[in-house]
Design a protein around this ligand. Structure first.
Ligand SMILES: Nc1ncnc2c1ncn2[C@@H]1O[C@H](COP(=O)(O)OP(=O)(O)OP(=O)(O)O)[C@@H](O)[C@H]1O
Ligand SMILES: [Mg+2]
Length: 83
């Protein structure tokens, strides 16, 4: 089935401009725990940045594991409290 482009290509131009201007968002999603979502986000973000892309990694997980990875937290430098 074909359709006639009554916009004269205007919508194509808008979407091409949109793709250049807007940031691309990548979501790594899986219901299962411990399957490398955080590790993959970290390495993918790092690799994209190393290849010249501007990258924002957003850690919305209360576990803060991605933040910990980026800041270099280890068990030895974590403050552990029983309170
Ligand atoms: N490619 C890999 N090879 C070996 N170990 C890995 C690999 N990817 C992740 N791991 C290890 O598996 C464990 C779980 O990884 P990760 O924390 O990234 O999973 P997750 O899906 O984010 O977990 P959660 O559901 O708790 O957020 C970590 O100890 C991580 O170091
Ligand atoms: Mg995680």
């Amino acid at each position: 089935m074909s359709h006639t482009d009554v916009s004269g290509g205007m919508y194509d131009k808008i979407f091409q401009t949109w793709e250049v201007v807007m940031a691309k968002k990548i979501a790594l999603f899986n219901h299962k725990g411990g399957v490398s979502k955080t590790t993959t986000a970290f390495n993918l973000g790092w690799a994209l940045a190393a290849n010249g892309r501007r990258v924002v990694l957003v850690d919305a997980d209360p576990q803060c594991n991605l933040t910990g990875l980026i800041l270099g937290y280890t068990v030895s430098n974590k403050q552990i409290s029983n309170n």
